[in-house]
Write a protein that binds this ligand. Sequence first.
Ligand code: HPA
Length: 275
Amino acid sequence: MDTIYSKLTKCHEAVRAITSFKPEIALVLGSGLGGYADEIDVEDAIDYSEIEGFPVSTVPGHKGRFVFGRVAGAPVVVMQGRVHYYEGYPIGDVVLPIRLMGMLGAKSLFLTNAVGAINRTFAVGGFMSIRDHILYGVPSPLIGPNIDELGTRFPDMSSVYDAGLRGAIAEAAGAIGVEIYDGVYIQTSGPNFETPAEIRAYESLGADVVGMSTACEAVAARHMGMRVCGISCISNMAAGISKTPLTHDEVQEMADKAAPRFKALVTESIKRIGG
Ligand code: HPA
């Protein structure tokens, strides 16, 4: 058995020894959504540190636990805190939690994050539904022996972000009067923010926003046949477009400011996705 899969099955067994909860939707909380637990009728919670072999995030402001419960009646598993490639974990560990949530039964994956806007028509504090992505300078999480138990060696990526789920997000935004853009997310390795020249390059590649997570998670989820959607919260204009140097504090502050609207958007979307 290959090592990633054996680690995954051990983590799966460890979670199943604690809870029998069966989620339909897996939700990954990005910056600013740490307080989303308020929106959940919590049934169970497991700290990542309780799961042997599970990668634990080192980023300030990212709590590390799974919360199991219901949002608008739908059974969800929520990742409060994710791990990033820049923390030094192998890419297989970075996506292990996503695969685990799929193994627990989640059919849909709802990704959230904070991003810098490359598209100059986007405004800080706004949101973007991810239409497609570019994985840039980050290895595919599928490199290595294929895990046949999860999916095929050469999975199709021509429609990673599910049209039905994106429709639910658009409807939710309309219903609560939140404007939402639609666009392409580029994932870089981080942890440094980009140079202005890199941002101009990413713009010419067709990216609207830039971040340091998410796309690799979407690839791992599609490999195992999960439906995927994602919403980005625009915490800053990207380097060279922003007039001031970028800081993690600024990202966190703007994401926190947008949090009430972000929470409402996610909950209204889940109401429409159902479970
Ligand atoms: N670049 C990369 N990641 C980010 C940014 C950014 O400007 N803002 C929030 N996450």
